[in-house]
Design a protein around this ligand. Structure first.
Ligand code: PLP
Length: 458
């Protein structure tokens, strides 16, 4: 299986190349040349998440790694989860909560980033090279990237975080890691400032040693998507006897939704994918009004979904709406966000077979958390609650809905203090964060100062 860019000018790449490269040379996103098929009877017969992942991951890695190499990575990559099968499932009548937050950073991002880090390290070992991971984070990506990479000596991680709307727990998850190859950089600026600095660094690359890789950990990296595809098949394995699968997914950069769509293209029977957003509603405006245009970011109580554009969305436009026509895709995205995207209405209607969307404000998110707590004693995290609203609404029409639970509520303690809800069971990884010292390197949003620091520590 080889890979190519959604914009058509970077193709015939093997798995290791797109893993290490991240974004395609033409600014597009990498896609597999075709959708591999998965045997559903085989998936049904498996008895653990890892066994299911072994059916999925090798389908994408064969151009660079032997089957046995991939299997041995799959068997050892996911670590420090606090659930025997990595994922928990909480079943209400016709809504099931897929708990993806049992990893070491208490958000679903551990699934994709631990897999990516293990393959990064494998490539670095075989080429005897080192790498710098450079990323910007507004929430959970940074801590998952740091945690996933910290045990690999060949990788140094520099993660920029804004002085913004991230929770104190999220910040402490990054600032309290004691490892000589991890640096949390607090930038006096917004998340967009951090992202601009990262983008500039990827263009200039003037701080790297000879032969050193610069690695991107943002959600456009295809290997993160592979890790996420696995748990949609796991949901099928566990819940298929309940009838048609419907997923409600809390969404920011559309990575998780695109993984769901990918699973569908690989043979997973799905009736509906409900795309759930907070007040940052670019995706909801697209799915309900055919308007994909960038607006300012609003701060919400579900900060990991506070985005102005959804970076993985280009993949859906390319695959579903444009039938993989890369020149049309390039024309749209080369000019975005200056030119908003509006599809021909007949083409836009293709969404109706699979997608719906909903927008949930902070008040309704809080009400959802409160309602489920009072009726069932179960505590939804704010991101999960955004997706739960639509699932509970539609489940009354006798549909079974699976809600992706993307974070543990203890990451967002303020929300629960205001609701007078006490979180009793803290994940081990979050339990002593407030006793540890913070190591933060603070900078103005000034490229030269930051790069100087990276060079000195490289
Ligand atoms: C990253 C994140 C999301 C959004 O996921 P995308 O793949 O970017 O859509 C939702 N919830 C939580 C808790 C997250 O960390």
């Amino acid at each position: 299986m080889l890979f190519h860019s959604t914009r058509g000018k970077d193709s015939n790449k093997d798995f290791a190349s797109i893993l290490m490269q991240g974004l395609a040379d033409d600014g597009g996103l990498f896609m597999p040349d075709s959708w591999p098929r998965v045997d559903l009877d085989e998936i049904k017969s498996k008895t653990s998440f890892i066994e299911i992942a072994k059916c999925i991951v090798p389908l994408f890695t064969s151009s660079s790694f032997s089957f046995d190499e991939t299997i041995s990575i799959v068997e050892s990559t996911w670590h420090d989860f606090e659930h025997q099968d990595l994922i928990g499932i909480k079943e209400f009548d016709s809504v099931s909560i897929l708990e993806l937050f049992h990893g070491p950073t208490a958000a679903f991002k551990d699934f994709g980033l631990q897999l990516a880090a293990a393959f990064f390290n494998k490539v670095l070992e075989s080429e005897n090279k080192t790498a710098i991971v450079l990323g910007a984070t507004s929430g959970d990506t940074g801590s998952a990237a740091i945690d996933a990479c910290k045990s690999y000596d060949r990788i140094k991680s520099f993660i920029m975080l804004p002085n913004g709307n991230m929770s104190e727990v999220q910040r402490r998850q990054m600032s309290t890691i004691k490892a000589s190859n991890v640096f949390a950089l607090r930038i006096n600026g917004t998340f967009d400032d951090c992202q601009d600095l990262v983008k500039l660094a990827f263009r200039k690359r003037d701080f790297l040693n000879t032969g050193q890789y610069l690695l991107a950990v943002n959600s456009i990296n295809w290997t993160r998507i592979i890790g996420q595809i696995c748990y949609y098949f796991y949901a099928y394995n566990q819940l298929h006897q309940k009838g048609d699968l419907n997923f409600s997914i809390p969404t920011g950069n559309f990575g998780n939704v695109f993984a769901c769509y990918s699973a569908h293209k690989m043979g997973l029977p799905i009736n509906q994918i409900s795309v759930a957003v907070n007040n940052n509603d670019i995706l909801h405006r697209f799915f309900s009004e055919n308007d994909y245009s960038k607006q300012l970011v609003h701060e919400t109580i579900s900060p990991s979904m506070d985005i102005s554009v959804a970076s993985n969305f280009e993949r859906l436009i390319y695959d579903l709406f444009l039938d993989r026509d890369s020149s049309q895709c390039a024309a749209m995205f080369d000019n975005f966000p200056a030119n908003p995207i509006e599809l021909d209405s007949k083409i836009w209607k293709k969404k109706d077979n699979l997608f719906s969307s909903s927008k949930v404000n902070d008040l309704d998110t809080r009400n959802m958390i409160q309602a489920i707590y009072q009726s069932n004693g179960y505590i939804l995290d704010p991101h999960t609650a955004v997706a739960a609203v639509e699932a509970f609404k539609k489940s009354y029409q006798r549909n079974h809905y699976v809600v992706l639970s993307t974070a543990h509520p203890a990451k967002f303690p303020k929300v629960y203090q205001e609701l007078n809800i006490e979180i009793n069971s803290l994940p081990v990884s979050l339990s002593n964060l407030y006793e540890k010292d913070e190591h933060l390197y603070t900078f103005d949003a000034d490229y030269n100062q930051i790069i100087n620091f990276i060079s000195l520590n490289n």
